[in-house]
Design a protein around this ligand. Structure first.
Ligand SMILES: Cc1ncc(COP(=O)(O)O)c(C=O)c1O
Length: 411
């Protein structure tokens, strides 16, 4: 890769249908999918939509297509296929994981959750209090809207079993130092469960580099179909209690954790995410035959630079508005945040601002986005939560100009 390689946004945008419908800045809620995902879905539904895994050709090929996608998802996050479970959503994956870990937790054992996380990595853990588990809250500093690692220290002790926190908030976009926090939690003798849903669309995922115990991301926010990925270290998944039928063995991971299993055609379509990144890589780095995880790394380097570039104008705009309070770091710095921006406008209804933009074909959101504990902790002076504008790499500088133009009419 040369220093000057920039993301070719026109090339990117041609790979996604319907991007010109609206300028979409609600990507943290769910991203568009590229043609490659749709093509794998079409192919599976056309050629393989029978019970997979039987001897007849369409069924055997169907099972192989699902297996291939599963393997690619594991490689995408630098894991092995037995360490990865494809589930229907992150919310459901955490719910299943909490049930699977519960038999290993005893009355008086402690877990730590935050008031910054989306409720998916919160409620299922907090409910373990009904079984005698002590739940401690790692609370944000409301002025900075950040988790301070120092504030975790007094919550760790010899009874701590698990610390659940977010790689990146779906409201503030701030990135946490997951590797450092995980090291500290491991020193204290506990495990971590990290929500990477808001981080995953923007950066290379690498569970081995982070040394996390459990890690989650929603594939429909990474340009894929509506499914989710749960990673767990092999020894932890083996030790977790199976949630599936009695005849599914405790050593059958990930199947034992996944009653009902994920949707077949969507599972088969997941490989289309990798087809897309492969095309992106080949376009920008012709002739390279680097391994998949490295190819993805090269793509995400371009993506992070592009996202930072288009976000800069938006941060400058928000900062120029005296009535606007940015929630989190007022910077586009890609080392400190992803381009998910939330703010409130003093005395203005957040929902009305979102409606004004929608009328001009600019899609932004308003509300708490299921990070209700975080929004409640912020003490906002605007009705209907925060306004959120979240960018991904297919957004263009012209779209950001459009976003600014219509926000400028009301802020
Ligand atoms: C940070 C974060 N975590 C978890 C979730 C829940 O994901 P899912 O919809 O797959 O349950 C979301 C969804 O918006 C999210 O933004």
């Amino acid at each position: 890769m040369t220093e000057t390689t920039l993301l070719d946004v026109a090339y990117v945008r041609e790979r996604f249908p319907a991007l010109d419908d609206i300028a979409l800045f609600e990507n943290a809620g769910g991203t568009r999918v590229p043609y490659t995902v749709i093509e794998r879905l079409r192919r599976y539904m056309t050629e393989n939509q029978v019970q997979p895994g039987a001897a007849y050709a369409s069924s055997a090929l169907g099972a192989e297509r699902i297996r291939e996608s599963h393997r690619l998802m594991a490689e995408m996050i630098n894991a092995t296929p037995e360490e990865v479970m494809v589930g229907i959503s992150t919310t459901m994956n955490v719910y299943l994981l909490a049930h699977a870990l519960r038999p290993g937790l005893h009355a008086g054992d402690e877990i730590v959750v935050t008031n910054m996380d989306h409720e998916a990595n919160n409620g299922a853990w907090r409910r373990l209090a009904e079984h005698g588990v002590v739940v401690r809250e790692w609370a944000i500093d409301p002025d900075r809207a950040e988790l301070d690692p120092e504030a975790l220290e007094p919550l760790l002790n010899e009874r701590t079993r698990l610390v659940c926190f977010t790689h990146c908030s779906n409201i503030t976009g701030s990135i946490h130092d997951v590797a450092a926090i995980t090291r500290r939690v491991h020193q204290a003798g506990a495990l971590v469960c990290v929500d990477a849903v808001a981080y995953a669309p923007h950066r290379l995922l690498d569970v081995k580099a982070l040394d996390v115990d459990f890690y989650l991301c929603s594939l429909y926010k990474i340009y894929g179909p509506h499914l989710s990925l749960l990673y767990g270290k092999r020894e932890h998944l083996l030790a977790a209690r199976g949630q599936n039928h009695f005849f599914i063995g405790e050593d059958e991971i990930p199947l034992k954790l996944n009653p009902g299993g994920p949707n077949h055609e969507l599972s088969a379509a997941l490989g289309g995410i990798i087809d897309y990144f492969d095309a992106l890589h080949a376009h920008h780095f012709p002739g390279s035959n680097a391994p998949l995880h490295q190819r993805l790394g090269a793509c995400f380097t371009l993506i992070a630079e592009h996202e930072e570039r288009i976000a800069e104008a938006f941060v400058d705009f928000l900062r120029s508005k005296p009535g606007v309070r940015i929630i989190g770091r007022p910077t586009a710095d890609r080392h400190r945040r992803v381009p998910t921006f939330s703010f409130v406008a003093h005395g203005q209804d957040s929902e009305e601002i979102a409606r004004h933009c929608a009328a001009h074909k600019v899609g932004i959101g308003a509300g708490h986005f299921y990070a209700k504990r975080l929004v409640d902790a912020l003490g906002l002076d605007a009705p209907h939560g925060v306004i959120r504008a979240s960018m991904v790499h297919y957004n263009s500088a012209a779209e950001v100009e459009r976003l600014i133009r219509y926000l400028d009419e009301v802020l």
